[in-house]
Design a protein around this ligand. Structure first.
Ligand code: FAD
Length: 448
């Protein structure tokens, strides 16, 4: 490939578009991330060195061809950039916004000078150019006469549907929610992913012939009749609970109770007062340090929490170093997000022992300091209670400790499973990759 400017990284520093100022973004639910102008975006793309061995490509679950699309951006060939990106990724407008960008973590400029190419932001810029300039148009697809049902309209189901539709299958997507998107719509807050971004894509998919049947709760043991194959993309909906004394108190909720409700309110739904899960005027405690926990912090601050505290059972990463736990690096859990910057205190190495209540409502949480000791042969470290107990005041507790791996019945041969439903809770990029793979498998199965 003729790379435009292979030495640009020597003179052009990494420039992120950054977030809107805190005082501005904290008062609304609009996206926090900003964008660069197209000149600066091109300069950022020029930093890609086109390494002989592109680790970014290998690290991406979708196998995105990052060097190729950076080069196209640098040369101002936005349509070509979109074509390259769209070969491997159905929905770059989602991953460009919310992917933890495994590609950037393995970019040679990250490994050598801690300053990777802004691959994720560049991807979002390509997707926005493609919608703006009309490169994304409904395709005319020749039908092959066969029908596939996709159960679940999250990123996995949408990717499977998009791929199967492109191959000529007549696709119906069933989902129990009122609108498609799965956790993109009813989990991830609007300040990370603006929902019209999902609507815009669904419109194209509908115009291409995909049928969406919403408000359809499908019993996967009795799949709808009349389809040649099925793709189960029902996600990993069961949140891990914390069965310690006091769990029955009022004011303790799984994170998604609040996050999904807030997104529905922003979409215009109303809820009776007694059903509202709101942080307004409350001391909020978030238990769990991952993406879901961060999203609870951002949402609580926007709702008007008095204070927000997040506790994590794992230890604090060493100061001044990239977040890393004592066992295989787990940057997703420990990173600092835009929501942390907006205000919260973070406490580490704390295990929750019991919830404390007054008049049936939670008023605090008893936590115990734990110590982590290296496991034998660098295996999983052991957690040791220290007996040091303290109480954290809280009148709203949000449980954000992950999700259980779903179990499925024995399915017939023509039923395939993809996304979080197959792997357990993971990432949008992996859900898209898995949906694409299921579509290929279904196509092979129906043509064997
Ligand atoms: P889902 O998105 O869960 O979609 C499953 C769909 O199936 C849902 O629409 C559901 O209604 C439907 N369904 C379930 N059962 C049935 C049934 N019986 N009948 C009909 N429909 C059914 N990942 C990232 O990469 N970046 C992030 O920033 C990020 N933030 C996150 C924040 C939160 C709060 C959460 C919870 C997750 C986050 N994730 C993030 C993870 C990511 O959202 C998921 O990995 C991804 O959405 C999984 O896609 P999926 O299609 O497999 O399942």
């Amino acid at each position: 490939k003729d790379m435009g400017n292979p030495k640009a990284f020597l003179t052009i520093p990494r420039q992120e578009a950054g977030y809107r100022p805190i005082h501005d973004r904290i008062s609304d639910y609009s996206e926090v991330e900003q964008t660069l102008n197209s000149r600066d975006r091109k300069l950022q793309a020029s930093r890609c060195m086109d390494c002989g061995v592109p680790f970014c490509h290998w690290a991406c679950p979708l196998g995105n061809k990052q060097p190729e699309f950076q080069d196209a951006i640098y040369k101002g060939k936005w349509e070509e950039a979109y074509k390259i990106l769209n070969e491997t990724n159905d929905f770059p407008e989602f991953t460009g916004r919310i992917c933890p960008a495994l590609c950037e973590k393995s970019c040679v400029l990250k490994l050598s000078m801690d300053s990777p190419v802004t691959i994720r932001e560049n991807e979002a810029a390509i997707a926005e150019a493609a919608f703006r300039e009309g490169y994304i148009k409904p395709r005319n697809i020749e039908r092959n006469g066969r029908k596939v049902a996709v159960i679940g309209a999250g990123p996995a189901g949408l990717a499977a549907a998009n791929q199967l539709n492109g191959k000529g299958y007549t696709v119906t997507v069933f989902d129990k929610n009122e609108a498609p998107g799965g956790l993109l719509r009813y989990g991830i807050p609007n300040f990370k992913l603006h929902k019209p971004i999902i609507d815009r894509r669904i419109r194209v998919m509908e115009e291409e012939g995909i049928h969406f049947k919403m408000n359809s709760d499908v019993d996967v043991r009795q799949l709808p009749e009349g389809f040649d194959a099925y793709c189960i993309c029902t996600g990993a909906p069961t949140a891990r609970d914390l069965p310690v004394p006091g769990r029955e108190l009022k004011g303790i909720h799984p994170a998604l109770d609040m996050l999904a409700q807030q997104n529905r309110i922003l979409a215009g739904m109303t809820f009776p007062k007694e059903q509202l899960v709101t942080a307004k005027g409350k001391k909020v405690l978030v238990i769990g340090g991952g993406d879901t926990g961060s999203d609870c912090i951002g949402t609580s601050n926007r709702q008007g929490a008095v204070s927000v505290t997040q506790i994590e059972i794992m230890p604090q990463p060493p100061v001044g170093q990239n977040p890393a736990t004592p066992w295989p690096q787990f940057p997703i859990v420990l990173k600092t997000t835009s929501s942390h910057e907006e205000g919260c205190s973070r406490l580490w190495s704390l295990a929750t022992r019991k919830f404390l209540g007054k008049n049936g409502k939670v008023c605090g949480v008893e936590v115990e300091q734990v110590e982590w000791t290296p496991g034998p042969d660098s295996g999983r470290p052991a957690m040791k209670p220290t007996g040091k107990v303290e109480v954290i005041e809280a009148d709203l507790v949000l449980l954000a400790m992950g999700f259980l791996k779903p179990e499925h019945p024995q399915f017939a041969e023509n039923v395939f499973v993809a996304g979080d439903a197959a792997s357990g809770a993971s990432l949008v990029v992996r859900a898209i990759a898995s949906g694409r793979k299921a579509a290929t498998d279904i196509d092979s199965y129906l043509n064997k």
